[in-house]
Write a protein that binds this ligand. Sequence first.
Ligand SMILES: [Zn+2]
Length: 559
Amino acid sequence: MPRTGLIALMMAAALIAVPLAQKPAPTFVASKPSAATPSSAKPSSAKPSAATVKLDALKKEALADVESRGQFSQQMVDQIFSFGELGFQEFETNRYLIDILKKNGFAVQEGIAGIPTSFMATWGSGKPVIALGSDIDCIPQASQKPGVAWHDPIIEGAPGHGEGHNSGQAVNITAAIAVKKIMEREGLSGTIRIWPGTAEELVGTKAYYIRAGLFKDVDIALFTHVGSDLGVSWGAGSGTGLVSVQYSFVGETAHAAGSPWRGRSALDAVELMDIGWNFRREHLRLSQRSHSVVVDGGDQPNVVPRTASIWYYFREIDFAHIKEMWETGDTIAKAAAMMAGVELQPTKVLGSAWPQHMNKVVAETTWANIQQVGLPKWSDEDQQLAKALQKELKNPRQEGLPTELRDGLQGPVQNNTGGGSDDIGDISWNVPTVTLRYPSNIPGLPGHNWANAISMATPIAHKGVTAGAKVQAMTILDLVSRPELVEQAWVYFRDVQTKDTKYEPLLRAQDQPAIWLNKAIMEKYRPEMKKYYYDPSRYKTYLDQLGIKYPTVRVGGSQ
Ligand SMILES: [Zn+2]
């Protein structure tokens, strides 16, 4: 441990010595680290300073503390999995998290930025202010029994954690509680904030947090997101930013057979807009992604539809191109309204996200800790589940779960060809930020799907969360013990990241959080889902409560 602590110190020293913009991406050889395995680093002749020795001892203590809180983390993961709440409807999840945070000495401000299912929890005082965030919402129609390696919903058609957002708060809260204990005893200055990425699947809230000034005094944002590896990156990442816009049209009803000439169909405008956009798509940049759903297509065929709405995500890799796509969408909507002889209503922005840019200094600090923690030790059962699911999905390879850190520290992505978005992008352009990916899921899955829920209330998720919490705790200790890291993070933020690109919100002044979304779906499914809420007072794990043998995999090849 002390040797690898030295590596972190040497990395920091190297960073200060070389101008940040010119420093090539460091390459690290991923060793096979674990808390028990000594580092492969060469011994250094330099004697570690007293401060380094002390910090390493505190980190060691945090590692043991997080490990000892395994059951606490597991209960959080399983509980939130069982709530399975869609974006803006995370009422049970919020109540549950707020209760845990209050019990652990955090002051909690509820309903922040006009969002009922959101909060900002604060503990400590003084600098640095470190904000720990992770998403909490789930995916439509992703209900799934955990630990079962095929599509087997708990409730057919219900939402479920098919993105794994049930696990990130456990990473942050476990880490925060472990570090808080140490900070209290050592009298370390610092403030820890904990906040949820509410409605992330709608990229619905983080830009509003920024607009409300909630990150104005924050020094560093440490975000966590589930993955199938322990990893972190810096610079402009892969993926996109987006604006999410709903176009609604109003026409006039008429008897669709008796007097269709007296009606004007709003659905015609929706269909024409869809056709117009899909023709235009051929002439858009390769990095774009765009998709839509019809949220109102009329009432019944014999009544000319008076109202109709279509909802688009327009994704691109930079602010200017997102704005350009949005303008094109607006033009096509206006043209479609003219063709159909209906009115286009004022458009509604339902969400937005800047493309992400992660902080180099914080990423390097995190990476040094990742190398010390290493991947969890998977059991045969964990590997069996992973391989059976990969087979079920007809993946060309059934590689199971990774046993070695795969990717190394990732630098800026060249030739970004687009992909998903996360509104952590908005925070990353206001405060030095990184996203820690922790290994609670299985590689090779489609995403936003029942398959991604399978591991999320099993030992795979629990071990992944504990590994993530260890890294997070060590990184918080770095930041509160070494003020120069915070300073250097801001040097990168000011002199490199935001030198030529300044944050401008995609949100317009009139836009408000779309808190009505998903209300009807949750009202439909919640009564049935309540019967399956996890009860940790009666069952050790959610798998126990559901009576699922772990793992449940197909026997033989006949199915
Ligand atoms: Zn996500």
